[in-house]
Design a protein around this ligand. Structure first.
Ligand code: MRU
Length: 365
C-alpha cells in the first residue's frame, strides 16, 4: 500500500517531509548533521511516536556515519554524545528512548565484533573497523524503519477485524503514515479496513492547539481519497452521541504496564465520552510504545510545549497577553480502553497480563 513518506535515508542525508508546513506546502528538507536532525524532532518537522523512533535511529546512524573519529575510543565518546543529544528532544514518546537503547546495544555488539583484531577473524585495521561499525549502524536504522512498516501492516490487519463493515470511525491527532513511516497505526487500521472493502468515513477532530487533525490527518486522508469529515474538538461529544460513530481508534505515545495510555492532549476526553455513549475505544500501537518499566500512567512524563501554540493560531494572536497552558499529551486510564491493538495481537483487560504476554522481551521491561 503506497502512502506519503515522512522520512527517508538517502546517500545525501536523512530527508524529512516538513510537517510544520502542511497542508499548505509539501517541502522536503535534507539533514546531514545529527544535531540538526535532533533540532528537527524538537521543532516537529517530524513527529508521532514511531516516526520519532525512526528519526532517532537515522540520527544515530547519520552521526556515526559522518563522524571524524579516528579510533574506536573516539567513536565511543562521540556515540555517547550523539545518543544523549537525540534523547533530549522530546520526553513523552517512548519510541525515541526504545530506538536509542537498541542502538546502544547494537553499538556494544559491534565493538565486541571488531575489537579482537586478529589475523584469523575480526576486522584488522582501525579504519576498516570503524567502517564496519558505520555501515552496520546504517543497516540497523534501515531495518528498524522496515520493521515499523511491517508492524503497521500487522496492526492494520488485526485492527480491521474490530471495525464495522460500514460506518464512521473517529480518530485523534495524526496516527497515520506521517506519524510512523509506514501506513500508520490508527490510520493503518482504517486503511486496511478500506482495502478489505469496508465503507468507512473518518471523523477527524482538529486537535488543538497544534492542529495535527486538521493539518495532517485531513491532508493525509484526502491525499488517499479516504472519506472524512473534519470537526472542531468541542464537537466530539455531540458526534459520539448523535453522529453514528461506531468506534474510536487512536495511536499512543507511551503505554504503562497497566494499560494507561499517553496520547495527544484531548484523547482522555474522547475516551470518557466514548464510554458514556457506548462507543468502543481502541488504541493501535506498536510494541515499542509499551513501557513496562512503569506500572501506571502517573509515571509518564508529559511534555509541556510553548504557550504561544495556544495563544496564537498560524502566527496570529487569538487571545489577550495572558498565561496559557500547553500539556502536549494526556493519559487515558486503562478502564476506558476497550482493546490495545499491536502487531503481535490484541490486548484486552486485565492489561497487566495481556500486555506482558504480548510484549515478551520486545517492550521496555
Ligand atoms: O506531538 P505529536 O504530534 O508528536 O503527537 C503525536 C501523537 O500524539 C500520536 O497520536 C502518537 O504519537 C501516535 S502516532 C502513531
Amino acid at each position: 500500500m503506497r502512502t506519503v513518506e515522512p522520512i527517508r535515508w538517502t546517500p545525501e542525508g536523512v530527508v524529512l517531509l516538513d510537517q510544520r508546513r502542511l497542508p499548505g506546502e509539501v517541502i522536503y528538507l535534507t539533514y546531514t548533521d545529527y544535531r540538526d536532525l535532533a533540532q528537527a524532532i524538537k521543532d516537529m518537522v517530524i513527529r508521532g511516536a514511531p516516526a520519532i523512533g525512526v528519526a532517532a535511529a537515522m540520527g544515530v546512524a547519520l552521526g556515526v556515519q559522518r563522524s571524524h573519529a579516528k579510533s574506536l575510543e573516539e567513536l565511543r565518546l562521540e556515540f555517547a554524545t550523539i545518543c544523549e543529544t537525540l534523547a533530549c528532544t522530546r520526553p513523552t514518546a517512548v519510541d525515541l528512548f526504545w530506538a536509542i537503547a537498541r542502538f546502544r546495544r547494537r553499538f556494544d555488539e559491534l565493538i565486541e565484533e571488531v575489537a579482537p583484531a586478529t589475523a584469523t577473524g575480526g576486522v584488522s585495521d582501525s579504519a576498516a573497523r570503524l567502517d564496519h561499525i558505520r555501515t552496520s549502524l546504517v543497516d540497523e536504522a534501515l531495518n528498524l524503519h522496515q520493521e515499523r512498516r511491517d508492524a503497521d501492516e500487522r496492526i492494520g490487519r488485526f485492527g480491521a477485524e474490530l471495525l464495522p463493515k460500514s460506518g464512521r470511525v473517529m480518530t485523534q491527532c495524526n496516527a497515520g503514515a506521517l506519524a510512523t513511516g509506514g501506513i500508520g497505526t490508527a490510520l493503518g487500521v482504517i486503511r486496511m479496513a478500506i482495502e478489505g472493502g469496508y465503507r468507512i468515513e473518518v471523523i477527524v477532530p482538529e486537535t488543538r492547539p497544534y492542529l495535527q487533525g486538521a493539518r495532517l490527518t485531513a491532508w493525509e486522508l484526502h491525499q488517499d481519497h479516504i472519506p472524512l469529515t473534519l470537526i472542531t474538538d468541542n464537537m466530539v461529544g455531540h458526534f459520539l452521541k448523535t453522529g453514528g460513530v461506531s468506534a474510536v481508534v487512536v495511536g499512543a505515545d507511551r503505554i504503562a504496564g497497566n494499560g494507561d495510555t499517553a496520547n495527544k492532549i484531548g484523547t482522555y476526553g474522547i475516551a470518557v465520552l466514548a464510554r458514556e455513549n457506548k462507543v468502543p475505544f481502541y488504541v493501535a500501537t506498536p510494541i515499542s510504545t509499551l513501557d513496562l518499566s512503569i506500572a501506571s500512567g502517573e509515571q509518564i512524563p508529559i511534555e509541556e510545549r510553548s504557550q504561544e501554540e495556544v495563544t496564537h493560531l498560524a502566527g496570529v494572536r487569538i487571545s489577550p497577553d495572558v498565561r496559557a497552558a500547553h500539556p502536549a499529551f494526556d493519559v487515558t486510564p486503562a478502564r476506558f480502553i476497550t482493546a490495545i491493538i499491536t502487531e503481535r495481537g490484541i490486548a484486552r483487560a486485565p492489561f497487566e497480563q495481556s500486555l506482558a504476554a504480548l510484549a515478551g522481551t520486545g517492550g521496555h521491561a
